[in-house]
Design a protein around this ligand. Structure first.
Ligand code: SUD
Ligand code: ADP
Length: 296
């Protein structure tokens, strides 16, 4: 029986614009995605019986067919008529329902892992097409790095992202936000402040992180921050500790700050830990899913 172990990395959004709505309810977006080096470990091993079993160290996620990881394995199993069973262990470090694509990234890792384990020989693009059926952020999570995402998030143009010099402070307040509710709470006719993505991409290209950080905009933030005062509170604390800029990621409620100096980020972390318990100092990553090892 073989097994495989993968890193499943989180993302932050350096911008989000919402341009319209499709007939199926999905929104058309234009957003900058950046992989960060905060990751779950996914361990997949073949088992004797023909089942998909999910296990985890986290009690925040379902361990049945509602887990997106189960759905990812099932899609591949059905489509390619695989008769082998697998056990998938999710070692959770990425905050759940946070706006950091934890679930999408786990699904991405399972697609990449099973492609190897079952010798399906699917290309990355093919895996991204299959991944899109599981969630709008899954295609990006497979490749990772930094990209301008359009369409519903699946049309990717890779760009120069944050360098490892930039320190990223991430804080997830202990509250639940539904991505669907946030998108639905947005009044498309009344968006006051939109990101200038071309300009932000230029800032990244030139490595001008100060200018990037002071011009980041996430149009979904107005919806989530109206419901939860914690968003603005975290941003304020980050800025008081010399963040170049601070903003909500995805549909929230996670907030991140970009820093020049690690010392400032660590001081900010100390202050945030007095009120919030999920706080991390991380860097960017050029890889989304990464295979840690294969074993026989
Ligand atoms: C907001 C973003 C920004 O990166 O991130 P998260 O907050 O989830 O991390 C994404 O657009 C989230 O993508 P993802 O979380 O994969 O979405 P899905 O599972 O496909 O969809 C969940 C729900 O969000 C809404 N949705 C999602 C994507 C999109 N472009 N338009 C939408 O309206 C739909 O109501 C959908 O039912
Ligand atoms: N493997 C998984 N990891 C995280 N969340 C999962 C997973 N499977 C299902 N979920 C459910 O999906 C929802 C969204 O979780 P997540 O992907 O972490 O959100 P986000 O993309 O906003 O960071 C949560 O309610 C969670 O219970």
């Amino acid at each position: 029986m073989s097994s495989i172990e993968l890193k499943s990395r989180a993302k932050i959004n350096l911008s989000i614009d919402v341009l319209g709505k499709r007939e199926d309810g999905y929104h058309l977006v234009e957003m900058i995605m950046q992989t960060i080096d905060l990751y779950d470990i996914i361990k997949i091993k073949e088992i004797e019986i023909d089942e998909i079993n999910i296990k985890s160290n986290s009690s925040d996620i379902p361990l049945n067919e509602n887990n997106i990881v189960y759905k990812a394995a099932k899609v591949l199993k059905d489509q390619f008529n695989v008769k082998n069973g697998v056990e998938i262990f999710i070692e959770k470090n990425i905050p759940v329902a946070a706006g950091m694509a934890g679930g999408s990234s786990n699904a991405a890792a399972v697609l990449v892992g099973l492609n190897k384990l079952w010798n399906l020989n699917l290309s990355e693009v093919r895996l991204q097409e299959i991944g899109l059926k599981l969630g709008a952020d899954v295609p990006f999570c497979i490749s990772g790095s930094a990209a301008l995402a359009q369409g519903i998030g699946e049309e990717l143009t890779y760009i120069k992202g944050l360098s490892k010099d930039t320190v990223i402070l991430v804080c997830k307040p202990n509250l639940f936000v539904s991505t669907k509710d946030v998108y639905e709470g947005l009044d498309l006719q009344n968006i006051k402040n939109r990101p200038d993505n071309k300009f932000l991409i230029e800032c990244l290209k030139k490595g001008n992180i100060n200018l990037l950080a002071t011009n980041m905009v996430n149009v979904l933030e107005s919806v989530t921050s109206k419901m939860h005062e914690e968003i603005k509170d975290i941003e304020k604390i980050m800025l008081e500790h010399n963040a170049l800029g601070s903003m909500m990621s995805g549909s929230g409620p996670t907030v991140f700050g970009l820093f020049d100096k690690e010392e400032d980020a660590l001081n900010g972390k100390g202050e945030l830990l007095k009120k919030y318990n999920q706080v991390y100092v991380v860097r960017s990553s050029e890889k989304g899913v990464e295979i840690n090892g294969e074993f026989n």
